[in-house]
Design a protein around this ligand. Structure first.
Ligand code: SAH
Length: 356
């Protein structure tokens, strides 16, 4: 046994020893959030010194523009109260801080009247979010689920769905078999195959990925939007149907997913069609997904960039230029990240998605 085994690996190994190979979904849950030593509980994932950089970490413009889209939708749909704002997986809390500042300035009625919920599995990150939000934190509820309320829902989820556990099924000569994770002394954690399963639908390619947890969220968000209206914006990188999208990221590099469980960010591309389908089945409308670059451009990122640049010094200007490029350019996050909008069935078509 290697001496560097950490508590996540030790627990996964004991579970496998006791009951045999486990599903990739069970392993991802354990590695990402399932125990105090899991990735999001025990690490500092964000920023240049961490493992990866997300859009709100790149620039305030990202959260500001999403906040404006949300407040605009609220006004377009009759400024109904009470209204709930929910963020799924808020990371270090930057997006919510940027959004609250914009709502306070540009949509004061919305800012005053909303009730805010953050859904965060990591106790350490929930603490970091509360710290970041300072006095605003006193009006925020941290809970595991959507709030129960009778008004419209305004929800933002940036790089949340990609962290949810997936199951993978692989095409073999005998039929579809689930990819499982096994452990032995010689190989450490390694892939194994479960028994042949009947495919519910015949997927293309050789890999079929599904996230039950993602579909549960999409259904529940859809049901709330169907009943009370509102807007949910889901931003993430998409899966590639037929191919594996499971990836490990450590210190800004791709790393073998099973190599350092608990110290590696495990994520998978999001099946936007499946999310949209689940939300629609619950009665909501879905639009997109469209590329993040196109989406931010339609929301006016160029104008916001110009406005901020006008009062920036040379170094800040360079940062703003680089942020604009990273968020919108096709060679960076502009195409690989996609935005799906879910909304109430009677809500107006959002202008941002017109002709897309
Ligand atoms: N939205 C942030 C953080 C993205 S990282 C940003 O853009 O910077 C993923 C976030 O989702 C982290 O905050 C992580 O702790 C949280 N998370 C991951 N799995 C979760 C789960 N099952 N339930 C709740 N939060 C989860």
């Amino acid at each position: 046994m290697s001496q560097e085994e950490n508590p996540v690996e030790a627990l996964a190994r004991r579970i496998i020893a006791a009951q045999g190979p486990i599903s990739l979904a069970a392993l991802m849950r354990l590695a990402n959030t399932g125990m105090p030593d899991s990735y999001y509980q025990a690490n500092q994932p964000f920023g240049p010194s961490g493992d990866f950089v997300t859009a709100p970490e790149i620039s305030q413009m990202f959260g500001e523009l999403l906040a404006l889209a949300v407040a605009d939708h609220w006004q377009q749909t009759g400024s109904q109260l009470p209204a709930s704002v929910v963020e799924l997986g808020p990371g270090r809390g930057l997006l919510m801080a940027d959004a609250l500042r914009i709502w306070r300035q540009a949509a004061p009625d919305f800012y005053r009247c909303i009730s805010i919920t953050m859904v965060e599995a990591s106790a350490a990150l929930a603490r970091a979010q509360a710290e970041r939000l300072g006095a605003e934190a006193t009006r925020i509820a941290w809970q595991a689920d959507l709030p129960e309320a009778d008004g419209p829902l305004f929800l933002i989820a940036n790089e949340f769905f990609d962290a949810l556990p997936i199951q993978q099924f692989l095409r073999t000569e005998e039929g579809w078999r689930e990819r499982l994770v096994n452990w032995d002394e010689a190989r450490g954690f390694h892939d194994a195959l479960g028994p042949v399963v009947a495919a519910i639908r015949e997927p293309e390619g050789d890999v079929w990925e599904q996230s039950t947890e993602a579909l549960v969220w999409a259904e529940r968000i859809g049901a709330r939007l169907a009943a009370h209206g509102g807007l949910a914006l889901v931003i993430d990188y998409a899966n590639r149907p037929g191919a594996t999208s499971l990836r490990g990221i450590r210190r800004h590099q791709m790393s073998a997913p099973l190599e350092a469980l608990g110290a590696t960010d495990l994520s998978a591309g999001v099946d936007f069609a499946a999310l949209a389908g689940a939300a629609e089945a619950a009665g909501a409308k879905a639009h997109g997904p469209i590329g993040q670059g196109m989406f931010l451009q339609a929301l006016g990122i160029e104008a916001r960039h110009a406005q901020l640049s006008a009062r920036a010094n040379a170094a800040q200007k360079r940062e703003l230029d680089s942020a604009l490029h990273q968020l919108t350019d096709a060679s960076a996050m502009g195409d690989s990240f996609q935005v799906l909008a879910l909304m109430g069935p009677n809500d107006p078509f959002p202008a941002i998605f017109q002709n897309r």
